[in-house]
Ligand binder design. Structure first.
Ligand code: TLP
Length: 344
């Protein structure tokens, strides 16, 4: 059966053009800095995001980890949201591997952090306390609904913390989705921050890889950390070749995924068993089950699978559906009708 896979945009397979580019990629040993395709990808990424330098890493998790460790020493503190991916879903790597202490703030419903909360979290110069070194933001914000932070929101935070000696890291796994939703150049979203990680392997369809961007000194430190974390790859140009297409072509079409997410939400809104969060801002549709629904999320997931629809629960009575390149209009219709059959 041909499945409609809405579990995440991480499930995206490479496009035929990517597979051809991968087969023909010029490669070298990237640990020696010899892979021309990786070098090209890093230059293009730095240029597009308006930073001095970039580093190709195997995953978003490693990009955030290397980025945060390149800013912080052991015992330093990073301020971040309780709903941020780095806090929730990266196996605690910043503290386990980096000895970085985290100060967790409440995210606002749109995923943002309040400046007043950041101000209250700043440590004084007291030897009892860790040193506040970094604020880590997320755009789009995954757990808060695929929500978008505007350039102004990010700028206000950066303008507040920079004079206080802090740096700002951005988990921009889906930063190109944010740029598409706001109809701004991605540089506007990244200009206020010191470092940004974005993923090639989500809505941009590349099979593997993320890129960390920042100034030259920062990227030099991150390069050593990537090696330490076991992320130095050899003929990685095979992967970077897909990344180049992701950057050049796939960033331009993300609006289509957002339109389909809105259509999917609209279709599901007619189902009384479903309580939607509201209109999706990007490619994620979140909803809760209405109180009368007796089936568990596991039972619903299993029944939908029989209809060829793959979804995953994001809470005891909550689902997240993610649109991407491989979800077309008919997949949206099939999904709405399968939900109608499973949940009346
Ligand atoms: N997110 C995945 C899961 O881990 C939840 C998903 O399906 O959405 N930052 C953000 C905002 C992310 O959403 C993710 C992956 C990452 C970082 C980590 O990227 P990878 O999976 O490449 O390590």
């Amino acid at each position: 059966m041909e499945y409609v896979d809405l579990r995440s945009d991480t499930v995206t397979r490479p496009t035929p053009e990517m597979r051809a580019a991968m087969a023909n990629a010029e490669v070298g040993d990237d640990v020696y800095g010899d892979d021309p395709t990786v070098n090209r990808l890093q230059e293009m990424a730095a240029d597009m995001l308006g930073k001095q330098a970039a580093l190709f890493v195997p995953s978003g998790t490693m990009g955030n980890l290397a980025g945060i460790l390149a800013h912080c020493q052991r015992g330093d503190e990073v301020i971040l949201g309780k709903q941020n991916h780095t806090y929730l879903h990266e196996a605690g790597g910043i503290s386990v591997l980096g000895g970085v202490h985290s100060c967790q703030l409440d995210n606002q419903p749109d995923g943002s952090l309040l400046i007043s909360d950041i101000e209250a979290a700043l440590r004084s110069d007291d030897p009892h306390e860790p040193v506040t070194r970094l604020v880590s933001l997320e755009n789009t914000h995954n757990h808060c609904g695929g929500t978008v932070q505007t350039p102004e929101t990010t700028r206000r935070i950066a303008d507040f913390v920079h004079p206080r000696g802090l740096k700002v890291h951005l988990d921009g796994a889906r930063i190109f989705n944010a740029a598409a939703a706001l109809n701004v150049n991605v540089k506007e979203l990244t200009a206020p921050v010191d470092s940004v990680m974005f993923c090639l392997s989500k809505g941009l369809c590349a099979p593997v890889g993320s890129v960390l961007c920042g100034d030259k000194e920062f990227i030099k430190r991150a390069h050593r950390l990537r090696k330490m974390l076991g992320g130095g790859m050899r003929q990685a140009g095979i992967l970077a070749a897909a990344g180049l297409i992701a950057l050049q072509k796939m960033t331009r079409r993300l609006g289509e995924d957002h339109t389909r997410a809105r259509n999917l939400a609209e279709g599901l809104s007619e189902n009384h068993a479903i309580v939607l969060d509201g209109a999706p801002q990007t490619n994620m549709v979140f909803f809760d089950l209405a109180s009368h629904v007796k089936l568990s999320t596991a039972e619903i997931t299993a029944k939908l699978k029989d209809y060829g629809i793959l979804v995953s629960a994001s809470g005891p009575r909550r689902f997240r559906l993610v649109t991407h390149y491989w979800i077309d209009d008919s997949a949206v219709e099939r999904t709405v009708s399968a939900f109608r059959s499973v949940l009346q």
